[in-house]
Write a protein that binds this ligand. Structure first.
Ligand code: FES
Ligand code: MG
Length: 574
């Protein structure tokens, strides 16, 4: 790659020009106390920071941004911190998924409208990672991702606590009286005790791992605990590296290739990652015009062993995964399944990045010869109930439900389900298939994580802990059960899920990858003709924009107008 000259930089049009506007740019930069020496001859690096006082996963980002900037200064860049909306999983309603594309749009337009030559993307809490990468991919300026990193293990009386999973576990214990209110309070004190993301293999750890495998963050960065001083040094290294990337003109489209996406998907399978990865990686690929579809996940899943014994599917936590060697160690076991010639933001190939990696704890990261499962967790289903696909996490299912035929018990929406699920008169048996409608991208709205539909109380009382459940919702990366998710098209837009009625027979065959509604085509046509579309929910605001542009799960739930690689004009300088 030919190195760029100072005059070639985007920011030169702001700082280097000799006109009225550039007088303003320079005088206003001087106003902030900078000197000409601070910017002259240097690339401007946008440090896109999703810090916020209501995002506990990113509390260290104020400090980390300083460490990133230290690296940028050292390497001869001019850092400019740009705050962007923080999608805080624990607080934002109805769901952060509603706002992923808003953050992506914000990132793209921040980079476009300001004099950025490159970007450091600071994120980690679930949706922030794909959003930052989507925006940067569309703008296609050199960019590097700084993962927030997981928090340390939770601790309660010497027992390790995992985000999400242990909350539900002890909530159930509290309800049946096995622990006291005081115990519950102590668990509350101990489950989240440092900055950083959820430290189970939920969506955050899954997506940070996926992005490292994609090549968009430094090697070995994604599992460093947020509280570890290695994390601060990784931030500075990323700052130094982005300056070089600008001179080398290494763009996201050079890194996020089809091969890189295959590497990311393979890695997600091997870590037993969150089902949400299917949606986010499709959306990211869609920004670059990389032809990855949902089916590719199934193909790669079939040949990828599950190696990371991390909760919720396994036993350990991200801190253990880090000490066991982290992602390079895991990828080192998969060399024959990865495209080792893919280039990463390190400036080297993935093969070079993981050359010296080794596994230091073979229980946490299994050797290739001793996998937890021969296949990956995620499976893609198709059939007349999900013509455009659905997903299920097969490793989280009761094996005897993997092939099942049973009558539907249908809930029209979440409130209907909440009102009737525990009704003693609900006509439900352990063989029933629970169906929830209106939980998809439009229906939720925002495709909330409702997919682990509750087991009716009267079934629980029979000792049954799993049933076949079907919805157009997502589920948390920390959930489990025979839950068919992401049914596309969703019921709100008239997908076949909208036509299911109580008592209809539904067939699930995971090995055969099939989801079938055993109702005749003639009957379904009649129901379709009688189907009344739901009333539009939003008349104004972001909700209305969202409703007009959101795509279905099999397309990644991006906005249609944000997908693809059609050129967007650079802002003119006037
Ligand atoms: Fe932020 Fe889980 S709540 S990563
Ligand atoms: Mg989550």
């Amino acid at each position: 790659m030919a190195r760029k000259r100072y005059e070639d930089l985007r920011s030169y049009r702001w700082y280097g020009a000799d006109d009225l506007r550039s007088f303003g740019h320079r005088s206003r930069t001087l106003q902030m106390g900078y000197d000409r020496a601070d910017w002259t001859g240097k690339p401007v690096i946008a440090v896109v920071n999703t810090w916020s006082e209501i995002n506990p996963c990113h509390t260290h980002f104020k400090e980390r941004a300083e460490e990133v900037k230290r690296g940028i200064w050292q390497a001869g860049g001019f850092p400019v911190e740009l705050p962007a909306i923080s999608l805080s999983e624990p607080f934002q309603k109805p769901t952060t998924m509603m706002y992923r594309n808003l953050l992506a749009l914000e990132v793209e337009e921040l980079l476009r409208s300001y004099p950025a030559d490159g970007a450091v993307l600071m994120g980690g809490c679930d949706k922030t990672t794909p959003a930052l990468l989507m925006g940067a991919a569309s703008m296609n300026l050199p960019a590097i991702f700084v993962p927030a990193g997981p928090m340390l293990r939770g601790n309660w009386r010497g027992k390790s606590l995992g985000s999400g999973s242990d909350t539900w576990k002890y909530w159930a214990e509290l309800k049946v009286g096995n622990i006291t209110r005081k115990d519950w309070e102590e668990i509350e004190d101990g489950i989240a005790r440092t900055p950083g993301t959820c430290m189970t293999m939920g969506t955050a750890a899954t997506m940070m791992s996926a992005v490292e495998a994609l090549g968009m963050s430094l090697p070995a960065s994604s599992a460093i605990p947020a509280a570890d001083s290695n994390h601060a040094r990784m931030a500075s290294q990323s700052g130094r590296r982005i300056v070089e990337m600008v001179w080398e003109d290494q763009k996201p489209s050079d890194v996020m290739t089809e091969k890189a996406f295959e590497n990311a998907i393979t890695t997600v399978m091997a870590i037993g990652g969150s089902t949400n990865a299917a949606i986010h990686l499709l959306a990211m690929a869609g920004r670059l015009g990389v032809p990855i579809d949902l089916q590719r996940f199934d193909t790669l899943s079939r040949r990828t062993p599950w190696l990371a014994d991390v909760r919720p599917s396994g036993r350990f936590l991200m801190e253990d995964f880090y000490y066991a060697g982290g992602l390079p160690a895991l990828m080192g076991e998969l060399k024959d399944l990865l495209h080792l010639d893919a280039v990463t933001v390190s400036g080297k190939t993935l093969g070079e990045d993981i050359e010296r990696a080794d596994v230091y704890n073979e229980e946490v990261i299994r050797r290739r010869a001793n996998p937890l499962n021969q296949e990956g967790g995620l499976v893609v289903l198709k059939g007349n109930l999900a013509p455009d696909g659905a997903v299920i996490k097969q490793t989280a299912c009761d094996p005897k439900l993997l092939k099942h035929r049973g009558p539907a018990v249908v809930f029209a929406d979440y409130n209907d389900m909440a009102a009737r699920i525990d009704d003693p008169d609900l006509p439900v048996t352990p063989d029933s298939v629970i169906v929830l409608k209106h939980a998809g991208p439009q229906g939720g709205p925002g495709m909330p994580e409702w997919g682990m539909l509750p087991i009716p109380k009267k079934i629980l009382q029979q000792g049954v802990r799993d049933m076949v459940r079907i919805s157009d919702a997502r589920m948390s990366g920390t959930s489990y059960g025979t839950c068919v998710l992401h049914v596309a098209p969703e019921s709100w837009v008239g997908g076949p899920l909208a036509l299911v009625e109580d008592g209809d027979i539904i067939e699930l065959d995971v090995a055969g990858r099939r989801l079938h509604l055993d109702v005749s085509d003639a009957e379904l046509d009649a129901r379709r003709a009688a189907w009344v579309p739901p009333k539009r929910r939003f008349e104004r605001g972001f909700g209305a924009i969202y409703a007009d542009h959101i795509t279905q799960a099999d397309k990644g739930c991006d906005f249609d107008v944000l997908m693809g690689t059609a050129p967007t004009p650079e802002p003119e300088i006037h």
